[in-house]
Design a protein around this ligand. Structure first.
Ligand SMILES: C[S@@+](CC[C@H](N)C(=O)[O-])C[C@H]1O[C@@H](n2cnc3c(N)ncnc32)[C@H](O)[C@@H]1O
Length: 237
């Protein structure tokens, strides 16, 4: 999904239209500061094109990002000046520094394939927490909350360019199979059709909780509103 510059550009156009990134950054900053009022440093794991980081940079003295996809990270680099953006995998990264807050937004953790991957990623994020730091994980849906056969639609138009996205999600074992079709139009070249299939894992609340426990963290689950997946918030035991 995030393999080339054009996919990253489409991602940015669609989700900045659909999500209020700055409000989400404010919400997560508040969750962190309720637990660590003086928090001044934050790492955004799987930061994508860096839009939450823009919001976090307004609220924390020092922020940094980690991202696996080079094309997504390239857009983050264009967007943010002076913010360290590290290339790495959430399961294995080691930046050699700690942060007051480590966050992973927009269900990015759901792209992991197995419970072992989940445990590795939460352990790696926990290792990057300062002693009284806060880990915030926005999960993917749970086996019980996932809406099987869900259809989602969205279209945006900017100048002479337009993008329409339609997705259909089904359940395959412990995975969501999300088939997405895009129609990408521009005035000069007409309409191009693209499609992709993404798999996200429906980890259970117990699996998330156990991953935090293994990472040496106490965890609370805060339920989301209006269909949002909520947040797991962890602090050192
Ligand atoms: C749904 S996007 C979210 C991006 C960004 N956090 C946002 O809110 O817009 C998922 C991101 O997770 C990244 N990702 C997937 N697997 C990863 C991994 N193992 N390590 C680091 N990043 C990963 C993808 O490259 C992609 O940028």
């Amino acid at each position: 999904m995030y393999e080339n510059a054009s996919a990253a550009e489409i991602y940015d156009a669609l989700y900045q239209d659909r999500k209020d990134y700055d409000a989400e950054a404010a919400q997560v900053a508040a969750l962190v500061r309720e637990r660590k009022p003086g928090a001044s440093t934050l790492l955004d794991v799987a930061c994508g094109t860096g839009v939450h980081l823009e919001g976090f940079a307004k609220r924390f003295d020092k922020v940094a990002g980690l991202e696996l996809s080079e094309s997504m990270a390239a857009r983050a680099t264009e967007r943010l000046s002076g913010v360290p953006l590290h290339h790495g995998d959430m399961r294995t990264f080691d930046l050699g520094e700690t942060f007051d807050a480590v966050v992973i937004m927009f269900s990015s953790i759901g792209y992991l394939d197995t419970v072992a991957d989940l445990n590795s990623a939460v352990a790696a994020m926990s290792r990057h927490l300062a002693d009284d730091g806060v880990l915030v994980v926005e999960p993917w849906y749970f086996p019980d909350t996932f809406l099987d056969r869900h259809v989602s639609t969205h279209a945006v138009k900017r100048g002479s360019e337009g993008i329409a996205r339609v997705s259909h999600s089904t359940r395959e074992g412990d995975k969501t199979r999300m088939e997405i079709h895009y129609l990408v139009a521009d005035g000069a070249n007409g309409i191009e059709h693209r499609s992709e299939v993404d798999y996200l894992t429906l980890f259970s609340p117990e699996e998330y909780t156990e991953a935090f426990r293994q990472g040496g963290l106490n965890v609370t689950y805060l339920e989301g509103t209006a269909g949002a997946p909520g947040f797991f918030v962890g602090t050192r035991e």
